[in-house]
Design a protein around this ligand. Structure first.
Ligand SMILES: [Zn+2]
Length: 392
């Protein structure tokens, strides 16, 4: 039993916590605020609130508002250039995972030379060391999905080569994260479900990963339990603050799981899907792959599947022993049904069956590291077969 538990982010959690931004010590005097290209942060008044809370502390800010749902490298470079030009000394990611991930990558490129892909491991990345760290990062999340506010990871797509690759180091932990479930009440039903399932799979993969530890196990099982119980309520009644708070808590725990354990190759496969089809939401891609992926692994690590089924509320002890591992899959499909996402199809997002060998190859080339986290080492053929069985 071994683990390395390094979790340096200060996390302020709870309904109404955004107001703490007016009082809590912040790591600079001028912030680059990174938000999405959609209008939601302005329409909901969140940007204005953040700016006025910063002003109350005498902190200036500049806004970078180009981030796409699957964020791209050229926007990282553009945001970093703006941070340098405006002499910003910290970066705030305000929004969902795409905005916070972009803020992390911008924070790196604001103080390091060259191109962002020089520092990426995998695919055409050069894997160079990050010598100058990053600007301090503040994460204010308005969704419960990626867990990026509680982990060092950022996922960016290099648009020219269809490579969607995760990256992170000790500099890309937020120094401060604010998780205020009140900011999540307006997330639409389908996005609530996609994001909630992303958090769910961070935990399920983190639980079956070969580097899972007692620390990650504890957070993973509790988060799986919370999501199974509260995500359907969030989807049905977006304004239910208790349910939103519990899913936000599960997502924060999922970030800890990501920090201490790891995702597995389901995430590599999904990155290939959404690298080629940027309009496919990450969580939706994971949902499409999940039955096939987890069914394959149920026989490889049956005990772990029984634990996850139990966390989802299955009375596993009442089942014959040989049925227990797969009862997790039944519970997973029921949860997808309750959240209205059971019938998602790859073909609805333009993915073709004949593309699967290319997608499987891309998954292994760009995100090969996560295949090493599986407890069974998949071949290219097995990877393609899992994706093939998930195709509808
Ligand atoms: Zn994810």
């Amino acid at each position: 039993m071994q683990f390395d538990y390094y979790m340096p982010a200060r996390i302020l959690f709870g309904p109404g916590k955004l107001n703490a931004l007016g009082e809590v010590p912040l790591p600079g005097k001028k912030a680059l605020i990174v938000i999405s290209a959609g209008n939601s942060m302005r329409r909901l008044g969140y940007l204005e609130r953040v700016q006025s809370l910063l002003e109350s502390q005498g902190i200036a800010s500049v806004v970078f508002d180009k981030v796409l749902p699957n964020p791209i490298k050229s926007h990282v470079m553009e945001g970093a250039a703006l941070a340098k030009q405006e002499n910003c000394d910290f970066v705030i990611g305000l929004g969902g995972g795409s905005s916070i991930d972009s803020a992390k990558s911008i924070a790196v490129m604001a103080v390091n030379p060259g191109d962002y892909w020089d520092y990426i491991h995998g695919g055409t990345g050069k894997g160079m060391p990050v010598e100058h760290g990053a600007l301090p990062i503040v994460a204010i999340t308005t969704t419960a999905g990626t867990g990026t506010e509680a982990d060092p990871w950022t996922v960016i797509t290099k648009e020219e080569t269809d490579e969607k690759i995760g990256f992170g180091n000790q500099y890309t932990f937020p120094t401060l994260s604010i998780v205020d479930p009140e900011l999540m009440l307006s997330v639409p039903k389908h996005l609530t479900a996609y994001q909630g399932f992303d958090a769910f799979f961070h935990c399920a993969e983190g639980y079956i990963a070969n580097i899972a530890s007692p620390i990650s196990d504890m957070y993973a099982l509790r988060a799986i339990e919370l999501i199974a119980q509260y995500l359907p309520i969030c989807v049905a009644e977006g304004n239910n603050l208790e349910a939103r708070t519990n899913v936000a808590l599960a997502n924060t725990f999922a970030g800890f799981v990501q920090t201490v354990s790891s995702c597995t190759s389901e995430h590599s496969m999904e990155h290939a899907l959404s690298a080629f089809h940027p309009e496919l939401p990450h969580g939706a891609g994971l949902i499409m792959l999940s039955e096939s992926y987890f069914t394959f692994f149920a026989s490889k690590v049956p005990d772990r599947f029984v634990d996850m089924a139990r966390a989802m509320g299955v009375d596993v002890d009442a089942l014959p022993e040989e049925e227990r591992p797969l009862s997790f899959i039944t519970a997973l499909l029921e949860l997808q049904e309750k959240c209205g996402v059971k019938d998602l199809k790859m073909s609805d997002f333009g993915i073709k069956r004949e593309d699967i060998p290319t997608l499987a190859e891309n998954a292994r080339r760009t995100m090969g590291g996560l295949f090493e986290r599986d407890r069974y080492q998949l071949s290219l053929e097995e990877t393609a077969a899992i994706m093939e069985r998930a195709f509808r």
